[in-house]
Structure formats: C-alpha cells, structure tokens
Design a protein around this ligand. Structure first.
Ligand code: PLP
Length: 393
C-alpha cells in the first residue's frame, strides 16, 4: 500500500493556528484585555427568520411518514435549482438550464472535487494572493502550478499573459483576500484568452452578493463566450450565513466540451457516483433565501457587513493607508505601514491596539507586506477597532 505522496508536498497551513496562538499568548500576558477581531472570515449574524422557518417546517415534514424524504437527487432538488435559475435571470440576466445547476454542500467541496474530472497533467494558473484551497487541492492532485501575480500596479487583478498557455485558470471575484472585483472588460479578456488557449476557467463567485455596483459583473456567465470555457462555484455561506449549515451550487454549462466530452455529463457522472446530495431540510432553508422576505432579510445582513466594510475603508482613507476592497466585498486589503512585513504588522496591531487581522503572507508570496481586514464582525467592535488603528503612529 502506498499513500498519495503529493500530500507530502503540501505546505503546513500555519496561518490561523499561528494567529490563534499569538492571541492566546498575548491574553495570558495581559489578562482581561479586550481583543477587537477584524480577522474573522466567518459570518457572525444568525440565519434569517425566513430560512429558520423553512428549516423547521422541513424538519416537521421529515417527522411524518406521508412527507418523509430519503435519498434526494444527487444534483439537488428541482425546487432549489429553479430558484437559482430565476435568481441568475433576475440579477445577472443570465439564462441557465436547470440541469446546468448542481447543488453542493458548499463551494469548497466542489472546488476540490472538480479536479476529479480534469487530467493531472493540466497546467494550472492560480492568482497570488488568493484563497489557499486552490493551491492545496492542486498540490494534492500532483499538478504543476504557475502563479498570476497580483500587485499594486495591477490593483491585485492579474491579467492574462499572451505568452503563456494555461489549461486551467482560477479566478475569484470579488476576491478573498483582496476584495478586488474584475470589471466586464477584464473578465472578457480572461474569457477570450481561455477560449483561445482552450483552457477552463474555475470561477469562484462566493462573494457575488456583496457587489453593489451595477456596472460590475457578479457571474462569469455575464461575459460573452464564458459558456464555452467556465465553471462557476457559488455558495450560500457568505450570502445567507450558511457557513455552518452547508449549501452551495456549481454551474456547469452544456457548451463546455473538452476532449470531445461534455463536462456537464462528466460532472453529473462524478456526482452520481460520489455524492448523495445535500439534506432536504437544508435545501428547503436555501430555497427560502429566494423568497421575498428571505431575500430582504439576507440583504439586510449583507448591508450590515458592508457598512462595517465602509467604516474600515473610511478609517484607512483618513489615515492615508493604501488599501483596496471593502466596497463591493467584505474584505479590505491594505499595505502594511512603514514597510512592516505582514506578521510584524500583525504583532504591532495586536500589542499596540489590541486589534487582530490576517497577515497577507498567509495567502501567497505576493501577500507579503499586506494585510486583510474583514467586515464580518460586530458594528461597535469594528468602530472601536478602526479608531484604534487610526490612533496608532
Ligand atoms: N471560496 C472562497 C473565495 C472563500 O473565501 C470561501 C470561504 O471562505 C469559500 C470558497 C468556501 O465556501 P463554502 O463555505 O461554500 O465552502
């Protein structure tokens, strides 16, 4: 028996454990001190009432023989797929067939699972800095990874290099950790490049609901030509507080054909073999997100987080700290002042202001010297944290 040795090539993920250790050590040395957390990547608002009611009602259905449900469709129930299709039409003017939508237990699972249907020899292009799961899942599969560098001069939105040919391209917009959002023209350049190279774009739109600017795209399928080169991964986690409840969806257009094979059929085959669907109760909760009151309620929560983001943005602006994000995204990405490294700035904020954020170096080499703040915290604490950052020399 041999293990998959590719796992031994994974870099240890020290980021959040080191953050937690540093906070614990500081609190032990300074008992009773209040810590202001602007590093949380998880939501803090509870599920909205419409979702809770739907989950309760579905639980009651499961308690009656006449309404009990066992295995559901591997692709998800039609009642939820229909709502997602209507949502795309209404908010993005994108028409999807119901069987292009696959309900998942979250974007992270499918972002990893999709590699099952793609050959290990593919050349992968991943932006840096970015959500670390893209790199790790490809390392596990033994793929060669090239990076598309984000930096201040491209506003952390790397663009295609015509001299380089990728097979698989990852894009995340709005981006974690930078909060950067690609414009239509920028995404069009990626779509044209992918179609030219015959590459596949893995598009992560987990934060699409935070885009308020109507001129910015919220789905890769708003871009002409994307149906022949992209798969989109989306989630109810940040949109509707499902981080612990687990539900998302993956859109695989029928026009996606590689090696004379439809990726939609391949993915369907993969799902039917390895996945038995998301619980009925959870899918009923997700369906309620699209009801009139459910949608209003989730948008109120998003508005709360976005106001936190605005407060952080305004504070950094006043202080003259270079930053992006925070307007159409829950993340704010800043340049560490006075040439500090991202861990130096972490220690500085923790010990001098009792504020915690996330060092940019944890998201890739290009994140060194930068820092991520998040808007998922409590309003009062966010206001206090920003005051403390501003007061620092
Ligand atoms: N994609 C990005 C960019 C994320 O930041 C996250 C979570 O933080 C995910 C995907 C995971 O989403 P889910 O909770 O649906 O698995």
């Amino acid at each position: 028996m041999k293990i998959n040795k590719n796992f031994l090539d994974l870099k240890d993920s020290y980021l959040f454990s080191t953050v937690a250790k540093k906070i614990k050590a500081y609190q032990e040395q300074n008992p009773g001190v209040e810590i202001y957390r602007l590093g949380i990547g998880d939501v803090t608002m509870p599920l909205v009432p419409a979702v809770i009611k739907a989950i309760h009602d579905a639980t009651d259905e499961m308690a009656q023989k006449s309404t009990f449900r066992g295995y559901g469709p591997e692709q998800g129930y039609d009642f939820l797929r229909e709502e997602i299709a209507k949502y795309y039409q209404r908010t993005k003017k994108v028409t999807l067939d119901m069987d292009e939508i696959f309900i998942s237990d979250g974007a992270k699972s499918d972002l990893g699972n999709i590699l099952d249907i793609l050959d290990p020899s593919n050349k992968v292009l991943i932006p840096d800095p970015v959500y670390p799961a893209y790199v790790d899942t490809n390392v596990m599969a033994g793929r060669k990874i090239d990076t598309a560098e984000g930096n201040q001069s491209n506003s952390f939105k790397p663009m295609p290099d015509k001299n380089y040919k990728a097979d698989i391209i990852y894009l995340c917009s709005p981006n974690n950790p930078t909060g950067a959002v690609y414009t239509h023209a920028e995404l069009k350049a990626w779509v044209d490049y992918a179609n030219e190279c015959k590459a596949l774009i893995i598009f992560d739109s987990a934060y699409e609901a935070f885009v308020g600017d109507p001129t910015l795209p919220r789905s890769i399928f708003e871009i002409e030509g994307a149906r022949t080169c992209a798969i989109e991964f989306c989630s109810f986690s940040k949109t509707a507080g499902f981080t612990g409840t687990r539900c998302g969806y993956t859109v695989v257009p029928k026009e996606l054909v590689f090696d004379n094979t439809k990726l939609n059929s391949l993915w369907n085959r993969r799902q039917c073999t390895k996945f038995n669907g998301v619980p009925y109760i959870i899918q009923k909760g997700a369906q309620a997100v699209f009801s009139e009151e459910g949608f209003k309620q989730i948008m109120e929560n998003i508005a709360y987080y976005k106001e936190n983001a605005r407060i952080i943005h305004e504070g950094l602006e006043k202080k003259g700290i270079w930053h992006i994000g925070g307007i159409n995204s829950p993340y704010i990405w800043l340049k560490c002042p006075n040439g500090m490294t991202s861990w130096e700035y972490f220690d500085h904020l923790l010990t001098k202001a009792n504020v915690v954020g996330t060092p940019g170096a944890g998201f890739g080499n290009m994140g060194e010297g930068y820092f991520r703040l998040t808007a998922f915290g409590d309003r009062e604490k966010t206001i206090e944290a920003v005051k403390r950052i501003i007061a620092l020399s």
